[in-house]
Design a protein around this ligand. Structure first.
Ligand SMILES: Nc1nc2c(ncn2[C@@H]2O[C@H](COP(=O)(O)OP(=O)(O)OP(=O)(O)O)[C@@H](O)[C@H]2O)c(=O)[nH]1
Ligand SMILES: [Mg+2]
Length: 338
């Protein structure tokens, strides 16, 4: 599965409506007092978080987004209606930056605005133009019949860069070489690099498990964790931010490397030093490489939830059901909290 996780779009807020020049018309009064109304405000452009979207795909089909202009004012002091706002739906986790050009030096820069994390979270990106004033607004003691009005201002326009850090639902944690990437390729259509050496995975891989429910499950395969990772050893811990929002962790324990109990304790300890809350998150203990387990019985010193093989496929179907069940449970719990 290919993730489209970057897009560049142009957004245009609406122009303010023009003010109106008008004079009251009454019988026997050829030119009554000024009654030209103000224009309406131009529509704003917002982004809104939408949990039902999970890619930036839509922006590959459409790149220009425009809010409506404000309507001009009219006679009898009628104010023009405001231009309708435009609300663009984006997936949760979308990071928004604006391209800016310095008016004097023409230098380009990128201004990071923020990340949209919550469903229905709304951020204002481009403000609509202010309305023009009708001639009635310019009446003063010295100016009884102004015959001018002002134009509405242009709305803001920006080129916007969107980046989606896919939010993984499930994180695979384990020593280097524990079989994390092999398992990801078994569970999903992802095709990460697998190697018979530690630290084959240098950046997180993501795969999607099609759950059959309305939301598919994104699984993150991350680099291996070793003792001292929290103090910078191995790949460090920075990549753990990719699993900060997972619902479920799978501890992949490799019988061919070390005592399973020790692996579990060490992984938990390193996770805790990154984030105590992550370390205590719901997790399952999965024994990997079950096809060669018998050679390493001595290392199997705690009972795991399941033992699987990414090579022979043993118990992969059971693992899929287990993951789907746990994730559904967690999602329902999340909904109850909301
Ligand atoms: N016998 C056996 N070997 C496996 C199994 N799963 C993975 N391996 C082997 O273990 C080695 C490491 O596999 P990877 O999937 O790259 O392990 P990883 O945990 O992603 O490793 P890093 O990315 O380096 O942390 C490779 O040589 C795999 O072929 C398994 O179920 N059985
Ligand atoms: Mg790997």
């Amino acid at each position: 599965m290919n993730f489209i996780d970057k897009a560049r779009i142009s957004i245009f807020a609406g122009k303010g409506g023009d003010g109106c020049v008008s004079f009251r018309r009454e019988k026997y009064v050829p030119k009554g007092g000024p009654d030209g109304g103000n224009g309406g405000k131009g529509g704003d452009v917002f982004f809104i978080g939408d949990s039902s979207i999970n890619s930036l795909l839509q922006f590959h089909y459409r790149q220009k987004f425009k809010a409506k202009n404000g309507k001009p004012g009219s006679g009898s002091n009628k104010t023009g209606s405001n231009g309708e706002d435009l609300v663009i739906h984006v997936p949760l986790g979308t990071q928004v930056s604006l391209e800016k050009i310095d008016e004097n030096t023409q230098e380009k820069s990128i201004e990071y605005i923020g990340e949209i994390l919550e469903d229905k979270e709304l951020i204002l990106i481009a403000k609509g133009g202010l309305p023009g004033k009708g001639n009635a607004s310019f009446v003063s003691s010295t100016r009884q019949s102004p015959d001018f009005a002002t134009e509405g201002k242009e709305g803001e326009t920006f080129n916007v860069r969107l980046e989606l850090k896919l939010l993984a639902d499930v994180g695979l944690i384990g020593y280097p070489n524990a079989g994390k990437s092999t398992l990801l390729s078994r569970l999903t259509k992802a095709n990460p690099k697998v190697g018979a050496y530690p630290f084959t995975t240098l950046i997180p891989n993501l795969g999607v498990l099609f759950s059959g429910y309305d939301n598919d499950i994104v699984i993150a395969d991350i680099p291996g964790l070793i003792e001292g990772a929290s103090s910078g050893k191995g790949m460090g811990l920075d990549f753990l931010r990719h699993i900060e929002r997972t619902l479920l962790l799978l501890f992949l324990l490799d019988p061919s490397q070390d005592s399973i109990k020790k692996q579990y304790e060490l992984l938990k300890k390193e996770l805790s030093s990154f984030n105590e809350e992550i370390a205590n998150r719901t997790h399952l203990l999965i024994l990997t490489k079950s096809d060669i387990k018998s050679e390493f019985e001595r290392n199997c010193d705690i009972v795991c939830n399941l033992s699987v093989s990414g090579i022979t496929g043993e118990n992969i179907d059971k693992l899929i059901l287990l993951i789907i069940g746990e994730v559904q449970k967690m999602r329902e719990k999340e909904k109850e909290v909301e």
